[in-house]
Design a binder for this molecule. Structure first.
Ligand SMILES: [Zn+2]
Length: 386
């Protein structure tokens, strides 16, 4: 009986021992788990933002990629990330944990480019017919990639044909981002170099600002001469006048050129003087504005007679010399440029003394057996200031 009791006692001790061991192991395990959790909770922890894509060459500070930092602080939050190259880029965060120990945290961002280039250009470019135009001259293309991007012109135009052409500029960066820009090329005829047809069907052309109709230089209130046009008195009219003068002397007249070639600047002084003492409206009926005087063409003269007091004035109109000139000048290629009763056409009062050289053939037509036709009527053109 005693022995049996002893056996039972041993059994109980073993069971208790086993329970204690299990309890110790389990306690140790849970303690370990607890400590691990505790440690984890206190450890430095970085959470990054989801989108780690950035535009090339844009400025980003390191802190912009961080969503949350626990148990520590970011030391280089204001550091700027290198975004100068496309593709993946290594980034390092410098951190300090709760215990003051520094750590690094590395991750990658992706540098991308999906922004279009920016085109700066004029909305409208003007050009003259026939002249070359550099459509890219004032075009500026900038892009976030900092690439040297050249724009190209899309569309067609004919530089020899006036018109408004709707064209496009196109610029593309190496990532394939493309921008377009609409502009207008306005090709107009050059007022100083153009051709035209008169109302009577004559072909006119303007060469460096000088107008010719059917080859005859025209200077009136509509058609001007450039201030730089300064040919002096041309030999054609000088020779014509010399012959006229010789023949007139046979009739007892003593003709001379009272006023021949006048430069733009001479005319400016003369015209301004007339305006100042007679007013512009009156001056415009007998004196040409600078650039509009036929005297500047080198093809016009004012004729006077040494035996006649009236010179370059309406008092000359009724002289015998004026009658002789009127009846004979066409034979020398000269015309009465501003005939009687034509002031509404020529823009000037009758000037019996003002002769213009046009050649014998045309002068004879315009003489019209004494019923003068003006250059304006003959060619079908105006003489009016614009
Ligand atoms: Zn004159």
């Amino acid at each position: 009986m005693k022995r049996r009791n002893k056996k039972n006692e041993n059994k109980v001790i073993v069971i208790i021992m086993m329970i204690l061991i299990v309890a110790l192991v389990a306690g140790g395990y849970f303690y370990q788990q607890y400590m691990k959790k505790k440690e984890l909770e206190n450890r430095l922890n970085v959470t990054l933002k989801e989108d780690l894509k950035v535009q090339i060459n844009e400025e980003y500070v390191l802190s912009s990629f961080v969503k949350e930092i626990r148990n520590g602080e970011l030391l280089n939050s204001e550091e700027i990330v290198d975004t100068s190259k496309l593709g993946e880029q290594d980034v390092t965060l410098k951190l300090k944990n709760k215990d003051g120990i520094e750590e690094e945290y590395k991750f990658k961002i992706e540098v991308i480019d999906n922004e279009k280039p920016v085109i700066e250009a004029k909305k409208e470019i003007s050009s003259y017919v026939g002249s070359d135009v550099d459509l890219l001259k004032d075009v500026k293309v900038t892009d976030n990639s900092k690439e040297d991007i050249k724009a190209k012109v899309i569309g067609e135009y004919d530089k020899n044909k006036a018109g408004k052409y709707e064209l496009k500029l196109e610029a593309q960066d190496s990532s394939g981002n493309k921008e377009e820009y609409d502009f207008i090329l306005n090709i107009v005829s050059d007022p100083n170099n153009r051709t035209f047809t008169t109302s009577k069907g004559f072909s006119g052309k303007v060469v460096n600002g000088v107008t010719y109709i059917d080859g005859v230089l025209i200077a009136n209130k509509t058609y001007s001469l450039p201030s730089s046009y300064a040919p002096g008195l041309l030999s054609s009219i000088q020779n014509a006048f010399n012959k006229l003068k010789d023949d007139a002397s046979a009739s007892g007249y003593n003709l001379y050129i009272g006023s021949g070639y006048r430069s733009y600047w001479d005319q400016k002084i003369i015209y301004n003087n007339y305006v100042s003492w007679d007013g512009q409206a009156n001056a415009d009926t007998y004196s040409a504005r600078p650039g509009h005087s036929e005297h500047q063409s080198g093809l016009a003269i004012d004729v006077c007679d040494r035996n006649e007091a009236a010179c370059i004035s309406s008092a000359f109109d009724n002289t015998v010399q004026a009658k002789w000139i009127n009846d004979n000048c066409y034979k020398y290629g000269l015309i009465i440029r501003y005939p009687k009763n034509k002031s509404n056409i020529t823009g000037y009062i009758y000037e019996s003394w003002h002769l213009r050289y046009v050649g014998v053939e045309l002068a004879t037509k315009l003489y019209n057996n004494g019923d003068w036709i003006t250059l304006e009527e003959y060619y079908g053109i105006d003489s009016k200031y614009s």
